[in-house]
Design a protein around this ligand. Structure first.
Ligand SMILES: C[S@@+](CC[C@H](N)C(=O)[O-])C[C@H]1O[C@@H](n2cnc3c(N)ncnc32)[C@H](O)[C@@H]1O
Length: 309
């Protein structure tokens, strides 16, 4: 996966969001500023761009990439998108015309061994998107009950050997803490009966699904997305547009369901029936794009009946 250097489905995101001069746009996962830089150009003059990210380092990169487009107020805040209503209020904004969320990690997370996201790079088992707070993956693995771990590996990673991997991790931590990416790779390889040589040559590394599940657990990615989806109808102005790019089947299911329910209850008045997928050409240029699914909705012009209740 790579992050914001090549923003995924950029033209499609801009088409469905249709940012206009003077509008308030939110990039809830501003990352390296790839999408945001283009959105900023389109809301000039008179627009405001609010960018949030859990990672302060990425916010700094986004600031450099976006620069200071003439006539745009740029507000970048270190905030979880689950708290989007608060971030808007603190920026003095009552609502947004455009909201984008491009879920997951950015390239610096995977490239920097010290962040502990990559099964291919030795490093501390950290995996926090926000390195300033919260439990690391090592701390989580030290105490999580075996059944809970097995369920997370199954649900978040689609790991077919979830029970065996959880059992091996719990057996190992009784002898010594699992503190590094290498410790975890060894545990998974043992549980799944892979040698390290065979693992290195495998099409899908045997620890890939475990690393993904653990990352999603450490960063509470599903609960955060649920909160964002619940807040969206309330932060969008009538006629406002929201788009979510997801890379995980469980996340896409949540987005699909929330958008469909909003359409049925009249909160939304339009959106995508089917997800927009990258072209073969984009997937070739940018491997991260391959799994991408883009869904979007438009806030109903008038408050829907369901909102009154
Ligand atoms: C795929 S990258 C975004 C790339 C960006 N669209 C670009 O073009 O540069 C996802 C970003 O979302 C951030 N992120 C993930 N979960 C978040 C959350 N709950 N709240 C805020 N930011 C989050 C990550 O730290 C990462 O920087």
């Amino acid at each position: 996966m790579t992050g914001g250097h090549l923003p995924v489905l950029l033209h499609e995101v801009l088409r469905v969001l249709g940012p206009q001069a003077g509008e308030v746009a939110v990039d809830a996962t501003v990352g390296l500023g790839g999408h945001a830089a283009e959105i900023a150009r389109r809301i000039a003059p008179g627009g405001t761009l609010l960018g949030t990210d859990l990672d302060p380092g990425n916010l700094a990169s986004a600031g450099r990439r976006i620069g200071s487009p003439a006539g745009v107020r740029l507000v970048l805040v270190h905030e979880n998108f689950a708290a989007l209503p608060r971030a808007l209020a603190e920026a003095g904004l009552d609502a947004a015309d455009v909201v984008l969320a491009d879920l997951g990690v950015a390239s610096p997370h995977l490239d920097d061994p010290a962040r502990g996201f990559s099964y291919r790079k030795p490093g501390p088992l950290d995996m926090r998107l926000d390195p300033t707070r919260g439990r690391t993956a090592a701390e989580l693995l030290a105490t999580i009950p075996e059944p809970e771990l097995a369920r997370a590996l199954q649900d978040l990673g689609d790991e077919e050997d979830a029970d065996a991997v959880a059992r091996e991790i719990v057996a190992r931590r009784a002898r010594a803490p699992i503190e590094t990416t290498e410790d975890l790779v060894l545990a998974v390889c043992r549980a799944r009966e892979f040698t390290l040589v065979r693992a290195a040559g495998a099409k899908l590394h045997p620890a890939a699904r475990t690393f993904q599940a653990l990352r999603m657990l450490v960063n509470r990615e599903i609960p955060n997305l649920e909160r964002l989806l619940a807040a969206l109808p309330h932060v969008l102005r009538p006629g406002g547009r929201a788009a979510v790019l997801s890379f995980h089947s469980g996340e896409d299911r949540l987005v699909k369901r929330a958008f469909r329910e909003g359409l049925e209850t009249g909160l939304y008045s339009g959106g995508s029936d089917e997800p927009i997928r990258p072209s073969a050409e984009e997937s070739r240029r940018n491997p991260r794009a391959r799994a991408a699914k883009l869904r979007w909705v438009r806030r109903a012009p008038m408050a829907g009946a369901a909102e009154a209740g």
